[in-house]
Design a protein around this ligand. Structure first.
Ligand SMILES: Cc1cc2nc3c(=O)[nH]c(=O)nc-3n(C[C@H](O)[C@H](O)[C@H](O)COP(=O)(O)OP(=O)(O)OC[C@H]3O[C@@H](n4cnc5c(N)ncnc54)[C@H](O)[C@@H]3O)c2cc1C
Length: 578
């Protein structure tokens, strides 16, 4: 293989979704910035976000950022760091206006204000009733955010390296010094040498069989950091969204229930009234997903099967076609059903990672219980854990998170590079990445990598999804360890250099194995139920022992778990009722 091509930048950003682009926009006017993405930027998963971005603008009814903050903390089952939540909910308002001024075409009220709709867990006056807080652009809010930020990034001269796959993080003298990446078109290795690195690689829904996430959601950044000794925070908290299209997992936005859609069981009953008398179908996702599983277990799925209905027929054609056009199209195309006249078969779908790379309030990656930063290294977006979502994220809060903390990470990184020098590159800078690629591009396959991926996704779905038990998680851990072993003996069929997406997907399976390993180990250790982590053998929340964040480290081929405290500023933990 030829020598790597070396590039030098002030800031190297991995990921061109909402978080990466927001960080790029803060830095590009005053620093040399590179954004690498394994996808063409506008194909990032942010573009699939449907329902909305939450901000207490109060355009249709009274609202305050304190109410938004309370809902976020309660929704997160009190594991959210409240100092971070306060920043997010305050800054949400300015950032939404900033997006508007950058050209984002929001849906409007007749008076011309940004329109807002209801979403799960968002309430007025500390839990009284649902409030209209989600700003939206029909059901393509993420698409509009991504297009807006990409256009602005082009305008401000961000240097894009599209279809470059980051394979390793460079740490030199205890500082971040860049990344090693493979150019997908040619197989050429590149070194992006920088004073600061921002990881913004998104989520990892692909660890599960049924997921709303795009194919690229494989947790690369979290795994690359983890392999370099950086902990993976709150790995056990993975959210299932209640309404995925049955068997396919494709998301039907919560905005559909925000507009008035309801969930119906096999007896035609609106069952959420029983479980959450105040918020009903707009209770938070962890709760609604568990209720759907309970109904199915009790034999009240549709025709006794493992799904229920999302019924939009009461909304009328106008609302459905103007406010929810994309999901209407999905249902018509994928199910051959018209949501105007027929209910939609749905089941919970793996959706969002609350855990990730630990950061402080400025997006700096922190590596221990004392929150010690690793100089020059930042993370933002779904791959990061700041932690605003705690044990369960509220709908519309991820788009806020990526924008608010993408911006803060970018601003801090810009200040950092103004005075920092370029750290020296280690002499063996590409050795690790090269060894990994060489391993998969030589020798013989015992089996195809895709078999391992299918078994991993099935294992995680069966043993580590909405309902968990100690014995199931023990079994899950041992299967993941066996899958790791099997994976090392797989090889992609394509052994070439040019557009070898087979190799790319193989490497992604390796990331998913790391993620699943940490997730299962953290979930097994946590003997309580909190937010999206529900243990049937420990059904109660246990604040005395478990009001703390977990940190999973990769040490000598094993997972080591440590814990750090939760920041509690305004709201003392209480029992959650909706
Ligand atoms: C279907 C769907 C609907 C959603 N709807 C909403 C909603 O209405 N409201 C809300 O708040 N949230 C929503 N979410 C969640 C939200 O969209 C995501 O959490 C958020 O967009 C993630 O943004 P990000 O910038 O962190 O990552 P992404 O947008 O996923 O971008 C990740 C980037 O990293 C790059 N990358 C990854 N690995 C590598 C690598 N190894 N090398 C180089 N580049 C790499 C990718 O190419 C991509 O550019 C939704 C999610 C889904 C899946």
């Amino acid at each position: 293989m030829s020598d790597p091509i070396v590039h030098r930048f002030d800031v190297v950003i991995v990921g061109a979704g909402g978080a990466g682009l927001m960080a790029a926009l803060q830095t590009s006017a005053n620093a040399e910035v590179a954004v690498l993405s394994k996808l063409y930027p506008t194909r990032s998963h942010t573009g699939s976000a449907q329902g909305g971005i939450g901000a207490a603008l109060g355009n249709l009814e009274e609202d305050h950022w304190e109410w938004h903050m309370f809902d976020t903390v309660k929704g997160g089952d009190y594991l959210s760091d409240q100092d971070a939540c306060e920043i997010m909910c305050r800054d949400a308002i300015d950032t939404v206006y900033e997006l508007e001024h950058n050209g984002l075409p929001f849906s409007r009220t007749p008076e011309g204000l940004i329109d807002q709709r209801r979403f799960g867990g968002h309430t007025r006056n500390f839990g009284e009733a649902p409030v209209r807080r989600a700003c939206y652009a029909a059901d393509r809010t993420g698409h509009m955010i991504l297009q807006t930020l990409y256009q602005q990034s082009i305008r401000t001269g961000v240097n894009f390296f599209s279809e470059f796959h980051a394979l390793d993080l460079i740490i030199s003298d205890g500082r971040a010094a860049g990344v090693v990446a493979r150019e997908i078109k040619t197989g050429q290795l590149h070194v992006f040498h920088g004073k600061a690195v921002i990881i913004a690689t998104g989520g990892y829904g692909r660890a599960f069989k049924v997921t709303s996430n795009s194919l690229s959601g494989t947790g690369d950044g979290v795994a690359l950091a983890f392999r370099r000794g950086i902990p993976f925070e709150d790995a056990e908290f993975y959210q299932f969204h209640p309404t995925g299209i049955y068997r396919m997992g494709i998301l039907i936005t919560e905005g559909a229930r925000g507009e008035g859609g309801i969930l119906i069981n096999g007896q035609g009953e609106r069952f959420m009234e029983r479980y959450a008398p105040t918020l009903k179908d707009l209770a938070p996702r962890d709760l609604v997903s568990r209720c759907i599983y309970s109904e199915i277990r009790a034999g009240r799925g549709i025709n006794g099967q493992d799904y229920v209905y999302l019924d939009l027929t009461g909304l009328g054609r106008d609302v459905i076609e103007t406010k929810l056009p994309d999901i209407t199209e999905f249902v018509r195309v994928y199910l051959g059903i018209d949501p105007v006249t027929a209910p939609i078969p749905i089941q919970p779908t793996a959706h969002y990672a609350m855990g990730g790379i630990p950061t402080d309030l400025d997006g700096r990656v922190v590596v221990d219980e004392a929150n010690t930063p690793l100089p020059g290294l930042y993370a933002a977006g779904e791959c990061a854990c700041v932690s605003v979502h705690g044990a369960n994220r509220l709908g519309t809060n991820s788009l806020v998170d990526i924008i608010v903390f993408g911006r803060r990470a970018g601003k801090h990184a810009l200040e950092f590079v103004k005075t920092a020098d370029l750290p020296p590159l280690p002499s063996d800078v590409t050795d690790r990445a090269r060894a990994e690629v060489d391993h998969f591009l030589s020798g013989h396959a015992v089996e195809p990598p895709a078999n391992v991926r299918a078994d991993l996704q099935q294992t995680m779905m069966d043993l580590a999804s909405v309902l968990r038990t100690g014995s199931g998680l023990t079994e899950c851990l041992s299967r993941v360890e066996q899958l790791r072993e099997r994976f090392s003996r797989t090889r992609p069929q394509d052994q070439g250099d040019c557009f070898n997406t087979d190799l790319l997907e193989t490497l992604e399976i390796g990331y998913l194995i790391d993620i699943s390993h940490a997730l299962a180990a953290s979930a097994l250790a946590r003997t309580e139920s909190r937010g999206a982590h529900y243990r049937e053998d420990y059904p109660e929340r246990d604040d005395k022992h478990w009001l703390k964040h977990s940190l999973a480290y990769w040490r000598d081929g094993r997972i080591e778990l440590r814990y750090k405290p939760v920041s509690i500023t305004r709201f003392e933990p209480k029992a959650r009722t909706y």
